[in-house]
Design a protein around this ligand. Structure first.
Ligand SMILES: O=C(O)CCC(=O)C(=O)O
Ligand SMILES: [Fe+2]
Length: 436
């Protein structure tokens, strides 16, 4: 049988498993359909679209069995399946100066990370399968599926063209927000924010405990939050089907500050989440995020990487017994409230400004700056710019901008020798690379 025929056969038998995953298994078993089928049978019902095998614990509603979070890599659907591949064939992949110990590449520029160990080979990530007690995750999913109407399109402008997102979003807050997330970017002028529900609050407490345990093991950079981490808001994204996606971006720092922690809780269908370094060799990491998985993006992730959820056919790795193709992603974030009280206004047009970090030129990489966001909101482009001086970021009153690069805040990744060795910054460097 030709590979294509084998794949078609496997796909008919296990329609819930994406072809990309089937191909990977097939290759790992050197083309043996029998062996591939054996491994697949351990995790999936044959010809049972959308239904995962739950072993002895088959439940009336085909729900995965509730699991008490142990915060270890609890064996689960795709990951355990891939772990059974005889030889994980690790190789070192060099990403610019960073050398992560990551698993086998699918192509030279694309790596799939399936389990905790593989995902955490990227030092900015923490991953937990079945993070919440199963009943809580299921209830949260049901609750959010029923709240479909509160999720709306986001509107914005790119190069003066009005755009709207291809997925729907909302923002949940602890109480009426002291400061609306991203100066109202998410609510597009409409009342869109929702109060935290009991289930979101419970999930938030469990996530906060985990984050604070992780933080206790790390050294903190002075620009990071210095207190305990506590999520003041939760951005919800609703992907009705595989056609919905979120484009490449890094999360806006304007209200959550530099070096933020963002916790991404996944409910419903398993979709691929992609990460790509902002500079250097363009390797893409693909991470299937199943129902009730938690991905913690540690400080530096937004600075160093872009991420997306593609709508390619292979992005849907598995449907969910209840949600089918629908996926809801909650990202918990902590606002830097004092910083938001002191956000600068554009020196040219007085609009609000967004906080970004330079990454293209090694001499400039790492400097934070403010850029006028007028164009993004209204379509009227404006090039208002300041360097960001974030030294007093958590003080109630502070001046967070400067025109002097010598006063600007900078963060470089620990392995970014290219930037460290790049020499002095020159004003000409700024002219052609500040706006990116
Ligand atoms: O849905 C996801 O996994 C990512 C969501 C995201 O990137 C965002 O809300 O900024
Ligand atoms: Fe994001």
């Amino acid at each position: 049988m030709e590979t294509e025929e084998k794949l078609n056969y496997l796909h008919t038998e296990f329609p819930v498993v994406a072809k990309e995953a089937l191909l990977e298994l097939l290759v790992a078993f050197e083309g043996s359909v029998d062996q591939t089928v054996k491994v697949l049978e351990e995790q999936f019902d044959r010809k049972a679209s959308g239904t995962f095998k739950t072993g002895a614990n088959v439940k009336k509603r085909s729900r995965p069995e509730p699991v008490v979070p142990e915060h270890k890599d609890i064996p689960g659907v795709l990951s355990s399946l891939i772990e059974k591949v005889p030889e994980a064939k690790k190789q070192r992949v060099s990403v610019n100066q960073s050398t992560f110990n990551v698993p086998k590449t699918i192509t030279r520029d694309s790596v799939i990370l399936y389990n905790k160990q593989e995902i955490e080979s990227i030092p900015y990530l923490k991953f937990y399968k079945n993070f919440l007690p199963g009943t809580l995750a299921d209830e949260l999913l049901d609750e959010l599926l029923a709240k479909k109407v509160v999720f709306r399109d986001k509107h914005f402008f790119i190069a003066q063209n009005e755009c709207h997102s291809n997925h729907q979003s909302t923002v949940f807050y602890e109480k009426p927000p002291v400061v609306v997330y991203d100066s109202g970017f998410y609510n597009n002028g409409e009342e869109m924010e929702q109060p935290f529900t009991g289930n979101i609050r419970t999930a938030k407490f469990l996530i906060e405990d985990e984050v604070n345990e992780v933080l206790a093991t790390r050294e903190r950079h002075p620009l990071e939050i210095q207190s305990d981490w506590s999520a003041s808001l939760c951005v919800g994204n609703y992907f009705h089907s595989n056609k919905n996606n979120i484009d490449w971006h890094s999360d806006r720092l304007t209200s959550i500050g530099p070096l933020p922690i963002i916790c991404s809780l996944n409910l419903g269908a398993t979709r691929i989440f992609r990460l790509r370094k902002q500079y250097g060799k363009p390797i893409t990491y693909s991470i299937p995020l199943p129902h009730n998985s938690l991905l913690i993006m540690l400080p530096g992730t937004q600075e160093e990487f872009k991420h997306c959820v593609p709508s390619l056919t292979d992005s849907l790795h598995a449907t969910h017994p209840v949600a089918k193709e629908a996926r809801i992603n909650l990202t918990l974030r902590m606002q830097r409230l004092n910083m938001q009280r002191n956000l600068p206004k554009c020196p040219l047009c007085k609009s609000s400004m967004t906080l970004r970090r330079m990454f293209k030129k090694p001499q400039l990489r790492g400097y934070y700056f403010w850029l006028c966001s007028g164009g993004y909101r209204t379509g009227k482009e404006c090039s208002g710019f300041y360097f960001a001086n974030l030294r007093d970021i958590d003080k109630p009153k502070s001046k967070l901008y400067t025109r002097k690069v010598s006063e600007a805040s900078r963060w470089l990744a620990p392995d970014d020798d290219e930037a460290r060795n790049a020499g002095e910054f020159k004003m000409e460097d700024l002219e052609d690379s500040a706006v990116q």
